[in-house]
Ligand binder design. Structure first.
Ligand SMILES: C[C@@](CO)(OP(=O)(O)O)[C@H](O)COP(=O)(O)OP(=O)(O)OC[C@H]1O[C@@H](n2ccc(N)nc2=O)[C@H](O)[C@@H]1O
Ligand SMILES: Nc1ncnc2c1ncn2[C@@H]1O[C@H](COP(=O)(O)OP(=O)(O)O)[C@@H](O)[C@H]1O
Length: 288
């Protein structure tokens, strides 16, 4: 039995159903236009109260010290800005590949912010948690808001949208890609003319593409061969700066059939798309 007051919450993955790079800001960050959608698949966090004000994290991630872990950074920031005397013991069940373009670290941070807001009875509004989250990473606000969204700026200017919700097969081609390395590549397309959200939505899935894809293909041949392989089975794309790619399928049976065919050297999973984050569904099910 979990301890009274303990919260077990999902930290879902995101997909970028399309991603355009429309420019570069003075601080070096890239201006994006993107459609974010959630998957019903991700990490799980367990948050238990601690009376002594300490924050402890049980999570060993390769290459990430506890102090760098976005979960601990999110918890400490929330403690600092609210001055709360509460503490927490946080456990992470990590399922999402790191640096996969699925936003796992950002989602963990958002689940920490919303979960501790609930556990510590802070009652901070989503807008405050989203701006706090943005300090931790460009992808955190969409996970805090919890709606599929048209994202602009560096992904923090969000307009909720309802996208099609097919099944996806997500393939990890086994290479790690750092977001900074893709955004730093000289050959990256950075001048896609901005479009309106209405045009992106009207164009529909056949018109959606990811501007990072040509650069990632060139730098990471294994991602290129996974995209070529998957693309012969179903419409497929890169998410974020990779390394994960995803195929879109109408039915779960189609996803199962495709999964059965994936070459053993690549990891893969299936999940349905969601326009509302499974995190927000879980919090609603546990009314305060
Ligand atoms: C590209 C996207 C699209 O959803 O996804 P991922 O592939 O990382 O999941 C995100 O915008 C990524 O967001 P996130 O992963 O939070 O990025 P951050 O940690 O804030 O940034 C890492 C580094 O990438 C570069 N960066 C990031 C975002 C951006 N719009 N322009 C950039 O130039 C910066 O050099 C930054 O220091
Ligand atoms: N809790 C966490 N989970 C995953 N990555 C984390 C976490 N905390 C910090 N990181 C760092 O953030 C980087 C980006 O992680 P992630 O969000 O999984 O990938 P992406 O931004 O490509 O979607 C990781 O490579 C890792 O160095």
């Amino acid at each position: 039995m979990p301890e009274a007051g303990t919260l077990t919450l999902p930290a879902p993955a995101k997909l970028n159903r399309m991603l355009h790079i429309t420019g570069r800001r003075d601080d070096g960050y890239h201006a994006l236009q993107t459609l974010f959608q959630f998957l019903d698949h991700g990490d799980t966090l367990t948050l238990a109260p601690r009376a002594d004000g300490e924050i402890r994290l049980d999570a060993t991630l390769p290459g990430v010290t506890s102090d760098d872990n976005l979960i601990l950074r999110a918890a400490r920031r929330l403690q600092a800005i609210t001055g709360t005397h509460h503490g927490a013991h946080i456990t992470l069940d990590k399922r999402l590949p790191m640096g996969g373009g699925l936003g796992g670290g950002s989602s963990d941070a958002a689940t920490t912010l919303l979960g501790l807001n609930r556990l510590w009875k802070l009652d901070l509004p989503l807008a405050s948690l989203a701006s706090l989250g943005l300090e931790l990473g460009a992808d955190v606000p969409v996970f805090v808001r919890g709606h599929a969204a048209w994202g602009e700026g560096i992904g923090e200017r969000l307009t909720p949208v309802a996208l099609d919700t097919p099944w996806f097969v997500v393939v990890h081609p086994g290479v790690g890609i750092s977001t900074a390395s893709v955004f730093g590549a000289p050959e990256l397309t950075r001048d896609t003319p901005p479009i309106t959200m209405a045009r992106a939505l009207q164009g529909g899935v056949a018109s959606w593409r990811n501007d990072c894809e040509p650069t990632v293909r060139a730098l990471y041949p294994e991602v290129a061969s996974a995209l070529d392989w998957l693309g012969t089975r179903a419409p497929s794309m890169l998410t974020g700066t990779g390394a994960c790619i995803f195929a879109r399928l109408e039915r779960e049976e189609d996803a199962d059939a495709l999964l059965a065919e994936i070459p053993e050297r690549w990891q893969a999973f299936k999940a349905p798309g969601r326009n509302r984050s499974p995190l927000h569904d879980a919090l609603d099910r546990r009314a305060p």
